[in-house]
Ligand binder design. Structure first.
Ligand code: SF4
Ligand code: SF4
Length: 383
C-alpha cells in the first residue's frame, strides 16, 4: 500500500506567481498541450506541465531550485498553444525571476529595481558615488582643456579602477554566495523530485561540463528548436554577442594599458576598436529588436523587470556611441558630459547585475550545467 503525501500549499507563493505577469494559475486544466508544444522538453520528465501543477499547488521547494525552469528560453510556443491561456512560458519566466530574488542578496536591491518610481535613485546613487569619488580623490578634472578630447584627462583610469574594481568584486561576491546556495538547493530539489541524489558537487567535473555547455548557451542553440517564435533568437544573440565582445574589448584595453603601456584614444581602424564599434551597434540594434518584440508580445513580459534591462542595454549602447561621435565631432563639453552619463549606465549595469534579468547569464549557465552534470553523475552511478 502506498502512503499518502501531505501537500501544504504556500498560498503566498501562488499569489506572487499570479501577480508576476498578470497570470492565473487556476486556468490550467493539465491537458499537457504545453509539454507537447515545447520542443526542448525532455521525453522522460517533460515540462512545463508539471511545473504548472507545482505552481498551482503552491510548492516553491520543487520550483525555485529546479534546473528545468532555466532550460526554458521563454520562446512562447507553449503559451501560444495553451487552450486555456494559462501562459505556461510566462509562469516559468516568473519563477526564474523569483529564483533570482531568492539567491541574489541583499533583498533591498530587488525592491529598488522592482518599482519604476524608484528609477531616479538608480542614477542618483551612481552619480553621487562617481562624482563624489572624483571630488574626494581630486583625480577628476572638470576642465581638461587641451586640443584633443582625451577622456582620461577628465576622468583618469586610476579613478575608474578605484570605483569599478571594488564594485566588480562586490558583484562577484554576491554571485558567488548566490550560486553556492543555488547549487546546494538544486541537489536537494533533485532528490525531492525523485530524480536521485547527484551527491556532493564534484567541482572539477561540474566545471568541465560548464565549459562544454557555455558556447551553446551563448549561441542560444536551444532557441533554434523553437517553432513559432524562432525569429526571436536573433535579437537575443545580438545582445549576448555585444555584452560578451564588449567584455573582451574592455579586457583588451586593460591589457594594452598595463602590459603594452599603450594609451587611447585608439585609431578607428584598430581591430579592437572596430570590434567595439560593431558590438555597440549590435547592442543598440539588438535592444531595439527586443523592445519591438516585447511590445508585440506585451503580455509575455515580466513587467518592469524586463523593461528596465532593455532600456539599460539600449542607453548603454547609445551613450557609448554618442560619446565617441561627440569626440570625433570635436565638441569637448558635450563629449565629456556624455562620457559621464555613459559611466552612470555602466555603473548601473555592473552594480545591479545580480538583481536584473541579466543575472540569467549566471544562474541559467549554472542551472544548465548542473542539469547535464546530474544526468552524467546519475548515469555513471547506474552503470
Ligand atoms: S498550461 Fe495550458 S497547455 Fe499546459 S497543461 Fe495547463 S492548460 Fe494545458
Ligand atoms: S516558453 Fe518555449 S522553451 Fe519555455 S517551456 Fe514554453 S515552449 Fe518550452
Amino acid at each position: 500500500m502506498t502512503s499518502a503525501t501531505l501537500i501544504e500549499p504556500d498560498l503566498d507563493f501562488i499569489a506572487r506567481v499570479n501577480s508576476g505577469a498578470g497570470l492565473n494559475l487556476k486556468k490550467c486544466y493539465q491537458c499537457a498541450t504545453c509539454s507537447v508544444a515545447c520542443s526542448i522538453s525532455h521525453d522522460d520528465r517533460p515540462f512545463p506541465r508539471k511545473e504548472m501543477i507545482y505552481a498551482s499547488w503552491g510548492l516553491p521547494d520543487r520550483l525555485i531550485a529546479n534546473p528545468d525552469i532555466w532550460l526554458c528560453y521563454n520562446c512562447g510556443d507553449c503559451s501560444d498553444r495553451c487552450p486555456r491561456d494559462a501562459r505556461p512560458g510566462d509562469v516559468l519566466g516568473t519563477l526564474r525571476k523569483m529564483a533570482i530574488r531568492e539567491y541574489s542578496k541583499p533583498a533591498v536591491f530587488h525592491s529598488l529595481l522592482d518599482d519604476p518610481r524608484k528609477l531616479p535613485w538608480l542614477f542618483i546613487i551612481p552619480a553621487v558615488i562617481i562624482f563624489g569619488m572624483g571630488v574626494i580623490t581630486g583625480l577628476m578634472n572638470l576642465n581638461p582643456g587641451g586640443e584633443r578630447i582625451v577622456f582620461a584627462h577628465f576622468f583618469p583610469v586610476a579613478l575608474i579602477e578605484l570605483i569599478f574594481i571594488p564594485l566588480s568584486v562586490a558583484v562577484g561576491l554576491v554571485f558567488f554566495l548566490g550560486v553556492r546556495r543555488f547549487l546546494a538547493d538544486m541537489r536537494a530539489t533533485h532528490e525531492r523530485l525523485g530524480k536521485g541524489d547527484p551527491g556532493p558537487l564534484d567541482l572539477k567535473r561540474f566545471l568541465q561540463i560548464l565549459v562544454r555547455e557555455l558556447p551553446g548557451i551563448i549561441r542560444h542553440d536551444r532557441f533554434t528548436t523553437c517553432s513559432d517564435n524562432k525569429h526571436r533568437k536573433m535579437s537575443h544573440i545580438m545582445v549576448a554577442f555585444s555584452f560578451t565582445s564588449l567584455a573582451f574589448v574592455a579586457g583588451a584595453f586593460v591589457f594594452a594599458l598595463y602590459i603594452l603601456n599603450s594609451h587611447g584614444p585608439y585609431d578607428q581602424l584598430n581591430p579592437v576598436k572596430i570590434l567595439a564599434n560593431i558590438s555597440g551597434i549590435a547592442l543598440i540594434a539588438g535592444s531595439l529588436l527586443l523592445i519591438r518584440e516585447r511590445r508585440v508580445a506585451l503580455r509575455q513580459t515580466n513587467g518592469w523587470f524586463d523593461w528596465y534591462l532593455l532600456g539599460l542595454a539600449l542607453f548603454l549602447g547609445l551613450t557609448g556611441m554618442l560619446t565617441q561621435w561627440l569626440r570625433l565631432a570635436g565638441i569637448p563639453w558635450a563629449a565629456y558630459a556624455m562620457y559621464f552619463v555613459h559611466l552612470l549606465f555602466a555603473f548601473n549595469l555592473i552594480a545591479f547585475l545580480p538583481y536584473t534579468k541579466l543575472a540569467h547569464l549566471v544562474y541559467r549557465t549554472v542551472a544548465v550545467a548542473y542539469h547535464h552534470y546530474a544526468v552524467d553523475i546519475l548515469g555513471r552511478k547506474k552503470v
